[in-house]
Design a protein around this ligand. Structure first.
Ligand code: MN
Length: 289
């Protein structure tokens, strides 16, 4: 049975700034899509393609904490860099994904990569927050640096395009990321006229974001930058691109656990949030200049 569409949300009217380097449209939860409704996904910020201009000033967001979930940064255009209180650092180039498990708590900085900042050019990225199950919230912070080369890519029949399996599994091909709960994150690229079919369980919360281009999704038109939320009813999704398209597909088993959320801390109870704030203020997440 065809998966029913609950709603198609247009791009929010205005972007917000995260620091001075991320000009983002917030789709989750900003467009009224509650965190429990789309669990295990907690947040989706989309920096639609934007040129900040060449600058010697490195744009970005200064030292800040995260605890209790994972941040997933997908670069489509432009390069960003990060470093953290555990001594890790890295660069995320187009096609790369950084999967950071903040777990028990970390401090980091995220900013435009220096040579990219100096040159300027289009910057296009997504940051997704993925919740951790209660039993894994205090896991030791760590990273999975997924590069364009180690993200498995499945070619679609008829030269229709590709599905890059960032996480989960598509058509028998397992994704690059290890996850704490069953979920799919797919970077789908379709040529104009290309078609792809997905079969996703009714129990999974499922949505997609039209990063570029437009498509017909189960007979409804999804324009560029629109976000399609599916009902938990039916399994089949057919996407036919009406122009070259880049689509981010998200699907996951809901965690069905309480969410207590305060800024960059996402726990299960208000008590745990208070403890997290205290730990942060006591310097327990480490030090970062
Ligand atoms: Mn961050």
């Amino acid at each position: 049975m065809k998966k029913q569409i609950e709603k198609i949300v247009k791009k929010p009217a205005k972007p917000g700034m995260v620091g001075d380097g991320f000009r983002v449209y917030n789709y989750i939860p900003g467009t009224g899509i509650a965190q429990q409704r789309i669990s295990p996904f907690l947040m989706l910020d989309f920096n639609a393609a934007y040129d900040f201009g060449a600058s010697d000033h490195i744009r970005g967001v200064d030292v800040h904490p995260h605890k209790g979930f994972e941040t997933v940064t997908i670069s489509y255009k432009g390069s960003l860099a990060h470093h953290d209180s555990a001594g890790n650092s890295g660069v995320i180039n187009p096609g790369d994904v950084q999967w950071m498990t903040a777990g028990s708590g970390i401090l980091h900085k995220e900013y435009h990569e220096e040579s990219f900042a100096k040159k300027g050019g289009l910057f296009e990225m997504v940051q997704l927050w993925v919740n951790l199950p209660k039993k894994d919230k205090l896991t030791k912070p760590h990273y999975q640096a997924l590069t364009k080369d180690n993200i498995t890519s499945v070619s679609l029949p008829g030269n229709a395009g590709v599905v890059n399996v960032i996480a989960g599994e598509f058509d028998g091909t397992k994704g690059a990321a290890a996850t704490y709960s069953p979920l799919n994150v797919w970077d789908v690229k379709l040529r104009k006229g290309g078609e792809v079919k997905f079969d996703l369980p009714v129990t999974c919360n499922t949505a997609l974001l039209m990063i570029n281009g437009s498509a017909v999704v189960n007979d409804e038109e999804a324009s560029e930058h629109s976000f399609v939320l599916f009902e938990n009813e039916g399994e089949q999704i057919t996407i036919k691109a009406t122009e070259d398209a880049v689509i981010l597909v998200l699907s996951g088993q809901p965690l069905n656990e309480p969410i207590a959320s305060y800024g960059p801390f996402v726990m299960n109870t208000q008590q745990e949030i208070m403890e997290s704030i205290n730990e942060y203020q006591a310097g327990k997440f480490g030090v970062l200049a």
